[in-house]
Write a protein that binds this ligand. Structure first.
Ligand code: ADP
Length: 168
């Protein structure tokens, strides 16, 4: 049987920490769906389309990877696609409580789907999309923490701030 996992997240934007989980996940699963699981009432920095676009650019033409988005429940999405696993990454202890709760509720919602965790690579344990945005919004360099395409898109988003910063 084909082993299919769904890797859900906001990916606003994708970071090298996410990519590390994707690459390592692909060693265990035949196929991986990267799912932008979004809340229609919340808007991020990047639109869903922009996030998908950046992921597509970074992943390239890998037939094992699909990129999708959904506003609904992860377990429903996974079931519909025939996935057996929800893949998640764990950074510091601070991720643990939330991830633990999510895994338990998801298991209650559907016992056939297991959440599988991979520990972050030590290089990425402090890399979060939020910190990346925070640093980039103030003109801090996040080179090396995100793929080049993301660096470029962040610079475009915050260009006005950078210009102001340079003048001021
Ligand atoms: P973030 O928490 O950075 O906003 P997401 O909501 O997109 O990111 O996260 C999706 C999944 O990827 C979560 O399981 C999260 O813990 C994991 N993840 C995010 N960043 C990293 C990282 N640097 N290393 C390992 N896992 C990560």
């Amino acid at each position: 049987m084909e082993k299919l996992a769904v890797y859900p997240g906001s990916f606003d934007p994708i970071t090298n920490g996410h990519l590390d989980i994707i690459r390592r996940g692909l060693r265990f699963f035949d196929r991986l769906i990267i799912l932008i699981a979004y809340n229609p009432n919340k808007s991020g920095l990047f639109s869903i389309e922009e996030r998908m676009d950046m992921i597509r650019t970074v992943i390239g033409a890998d037939p094992r990877v699909t990129i999708d988005s959904s506003p609904g429940l992860m377990v429903h999405y996974a079931k519909e696609k025939g996935a057996q696993v929800i893949l998640r990454g764990l950074r510091a202890l601070s991720d643990f409580e939330y991830e633990f709760q999510m895994a338990l509720i998801n298991r209650r919602l559907d016992r056939d789907i297991e959440t599988v965790f991979l520990m972050t690579g030590y290089k990425w344990f402090y890399t979060s999309s939020n910190l990346i945005k925070e640093a980039a919004s103030h003109g801090g360099s996040v080179r090396g923490l995100v793929p080049d395409i993301v660096l470029q898109r962040l610079e475009e988003k915050y260009e006005s701030q950078f210009t102001k910063g340079r003048k001021g």
